[in-house]
Structure formats: structure tokens, C-alpha cells
Design a binder for this molecule. Structure first.
Ligand code: SF4
Ligand code: SF4
Length: 405
């Protein structure tokens, strides 16, 4: 961290979309299996070359995503080993959970144990499993994966026995608290709806046996960034995930208000200082957020071409192959806050002040003096991250540490 800060950067992050193939039906995603586009997958050797180039550039965190990455289980295992061998310590991957279907079948435990054993032999840092709703039937209907919730519940103790503590990954949508087929226009009712939905969600995933939970912010982009330019097809025009800026302001506020009640029970990855910035941004205060590091230290590699982009959204800015010696150190675009992609926005917010400490200490001092609420939340987030072992998905939660929150 110190080495990066002295060179005026923050530790790098790379999201590699290994494939855009998927076997699920999520309405909130352009890669669902019914979408008629020709599917791709990276060539394994190219993926390794990208990882090597990333390690050389100081990337510390790598996400292997999809589509559904575990459709190519053996290759993902190989890439995790390759990345950790190349010196990237924080390697993440996950699943929509399709492997946990048919859990009543007599060979379920044996089949799942052998997959988990293989994951456990790697140095994988975080493993995520998607959960979209506090209501199991709604999650399964959205994903098109029948019986998957029961299977996840059966699989979690097996993960824990093998020293893997998966994270429940919530993609924020209108159905979190149950199927919501009529729009809520009244803002107070919308707040109350999401406040209850987030509470129900945290309770349910805690009861299921998860010990870590993350929230992926709505994958809709702002009006000035055409959704069609997104290279990562995880965007969708579906109402379930499309929120106006006014609505996002309310949804983020509800999440912000619910988190403190559950921080002592389950490790909640979502930093409240980042939510505060997003709440303010969607309330018109554009000076509040730290600019996203997408295109600076954070990049996205697309499964179709293997090319690199500043992020999954800025598809018009193809930066070429990461291993190319002419690869730009950073993209020329101005600091960006065009979307709320938590993978890039949350770490940008958390590390922004540390970077300011070196690059613009006077600016940081003035922010601290002017904005005590943000300072308190940011400091508390850092303390909480520490209490959560920095969300190390290979260790159980330290409940004594969490009790302090
Ligand atoms: S959200 Fe994930 S699981 Fe669902 S369709 Fe998209 S890629 Fe597949
Ligand atoms: S805020 Fe970050 S992730 Fe979103 S469009 Fe800008 S650079 Fe990309």
C-alpha cells in the first residue's frame, strides 16, 4: 500500500470476464441464457498472459467473473493458481449457484465436497454466491434455478469445513423483499419498502449460514452514458434494476440506515462512507464522491476480445491488450462517477483519502475539517474492515471483534 501511495497510485484491480456464457435467466442481466448473441470465452493461455501482465503492473486484486465462471470449473481453478502464483494475493470468483441445484439427490454431498475440496486447495481469497431476494422462490424464479437456495444452505457447512466462507452477493433490485410488480412512486413508501427488504435480506442470508455479504449496486448507468456502450453485458433495461437517480438516493439511504443493525452479526462488505458519497451524489452534490479509479488503476477485460477497458461500462474506450508494451498507463478520461459499480466505486472511496494524504494533503485536511460526518464513517469503515479481517473469505468471522460494532 505504501509503495503504491508513494507513487501516487492505489493498488490495482482487474476484473477478467472469462466468459459471457451463462445458464441462468436473470432479468437484470444481458447475458441471461435466452439473449440471442454469440457467446465467447477467453483462450486459457491468453487469460494467463493477461494475468501475468496484470501482476507486473502491480495489480493486487483479481476477479474472475462471467457469465457463469464455474461453467469452466477446471479452467477457473487453473487461473486462480496461476494468479496467486504470479503474486496476486486477492483473487475472487463466484457462481450463480447452479452447481447447488438438485440437492436432494443422494450424490449431492459427495459431488459438492469434491468441488469444494478443489477450491480449498487454491489460495482463493473470496468466493461469492449470488442471492437476489430474501424470498427463496423469488430468487429462484429470477435466476431460473429451481431449488438452488436449499442447495446453498446444504453446501455452506461443507464450504466452512474446508475453510471457505462464501459471501452472499446481492445485486440490488426491486424484488429483494419479494416480487414487486407495481412501481412505488411515493418516496417515503419506497424508503420503507427497501428498509424492510434489506433487513429481511440480511436476516435471511445470516440464517442460511453466510458469514459475509456484499451488495452490488444497481447496474443501470446514468443518462449521459449510453447503456449500449457498456462492454460488460451485466447491464439491463429491465425495470427490476433500473432506478432513477432520485430512487437510487432513497435505496442507498435505506441500505445505509440498515447496515449498522447487522454489522455485529454478519460481515457486511458495503462501506457506509461510500454509500454516503453515493447518496450525496444522487442528491445533486457532485463534489462529494472520490472519482472512480476505473481506467487508472482498475481495468476490465472483456471475454469476447480479451481487450482491456477502463471498466465494464466505458466500452467505447478500448485500451487494447494488457500485455502490449504500448498499453497506456492510464486512460486519458477525466475522473469518472458515471455509474455506481461497487467493484470500482467502493475501493475508490475507501482508498481515496489515503491517496490524498500523499498527493494533496491540504485538500484532504480541508475535507476533514468541512466534513466530519464523512470522516467519522470512513474511519469506522476502516475499523470495521479490520475487524472483518479485510473480508478474508478463508477465515471464520471473529464474533468478538464484530460485537464492537
Ligand atoms: S447475473 Fe450472472 S447468473 Fe444472472 S444471467 Fe447474468 S451472468 Fe448469468
Ligand atoms: S464510475 Fe467507474 S465503473 Fe463507472 S463508468 Fe466511471 S470508470 Fe467506469
Amino acid at each position: 500500500m505504501i509503495r503504491h501511495l508513494v507513487s501516487h497510485t492505489i493498488p490495482g484491480q482487474l476484473v477478467i470476464q472469462y466468459t459471457d456464457r451463462c445458464n441462468a435467466l436473470c432479468p437484470q442481466c444481458g447475458m441471461r441464457r435466452t439473449e440471442p448473441f454469440s457467446r465467447s470465452k477467453l483462450i486459457m493461455d491468453d487469460a494467463k498472459r493477461i494475468i501475468d501482465a496484470a501482476a507486473e503492473r502491480g495489480v493486487q486484486a483479481l476477479s474472475l467473473t462471467g457469465g457463469e465462471p464455474l461453467l469452466f470449473f477446471d479452467e477457473i481453478i487453473g487461473l486462480i493458481d496461476h494468479a496467486t502464483g504470479a503474486g496476486i494475493p486477492y483473487v475472487r470468483t463466484g457462481t450463480n449457484g447452479f452447481l447447488f441445484m438438485n440437492s436432494e439427490h443422494p450424490d449431492f454431498e459427495c459431488r459438492i465436497s469434491s468441488l469444494i475440496e478443489r477450491l480449498a486447495r487454491t489460495k482463493l481469497y473470496t468466493f461469492w454466491i449470488s442471492v437476489d431476494s430474501a424470498v427463496p422462490g423469488v430468487h429462484e424464479m429470477m435466476r431460473g434455478l429451481n431449488g438452488v437456495i436449499k442447495g446453498i444452505e446444504k453446501a455452506l457447512p461443507i464450504f466452512h469445513e474446508h475453510g471457505i466462507y462464501p459471501s452472499a452477493n446481492l445485486g440490488i433490485n426491486r424484488n429483494i423483499g419479494g416480487l414487486q410488480d407495481t412501481a412505488i412512486s411515493d418516496h417515503q413508501i419506497l424508503y420503507a419498502h427497501f428498509w424492510k427488504a434489506f433487513r429481511d435480506f440480511y436476516r435471511i442470508v445470516d440464517n442460511m449460514g453466510f458469514t459475509i455479504v456484499n451488495a452490488c449496486y444497481p447496474m443501470s448507468v446514468e443518462i449521459d452514458a449510453a447503456p449500449t456502450s457498456a462492454v460488460y453485458k451485466a447491464t439491463s433495461a429491465n425495470d427490476a434494476v433500473n432506478f432513477s437517480s432520485d430512487e437510487k438516493h432513497i435505496v442507498f439511504k435505506a441500505l445505509f440506515d440498515v447496515i449498522p443493525e447487522f454489522r455485529s452479526r454478519i460481515r457486511i462488505f458495503t462501506p457506509r462512507s461510500s454509500l454516503l458519497s453515493l447518496i450525496r451524489q444522487h442528491n445533486g452534490d457532485v463534489s462529494s464522491p472520490y472519482a472512480c479509479r476505473g481506467g487508472r488503476e482498475f481495468f476490465f477485460v472483456d471475454a469476447r476480445t480479451g481487450d482491456t477497458f477502463p471498466c465494464g461500462y466505458r466500452g467505447a474506450e478500448n485500451l487494447g491488450k494488457l500485455w502490449d508494451p504500448a498499453f497506456p498507463r492510464r486512460s486519458g478520461m477525466e475522473p469518472c462517477t458515471k455509474c455506481d459499480w461497487e467493484c470500482f466505486r467502493d475501493p475508490s472511496e475507501l482508498m481515496g483519502p489515503l491517496r490524498d494524504l500523499i498527493t494533496r494533503p491540504v485538500g484532504l485536511f480541508s475535507k476533514i475539517v468541512k466534513d466530519q460526518e464523512w470522516l467519522r464513517l470512513w474511519y469506522e469503515d476502516l475499523r470495521y474492515y479490520r475487524a472483518c479481517d479485510f473480508f478474508n473469505g478463508r477465515v471464520p468471522p471473529d464474533m468478538k471483534q464484530l460485537e464492537r460494532f
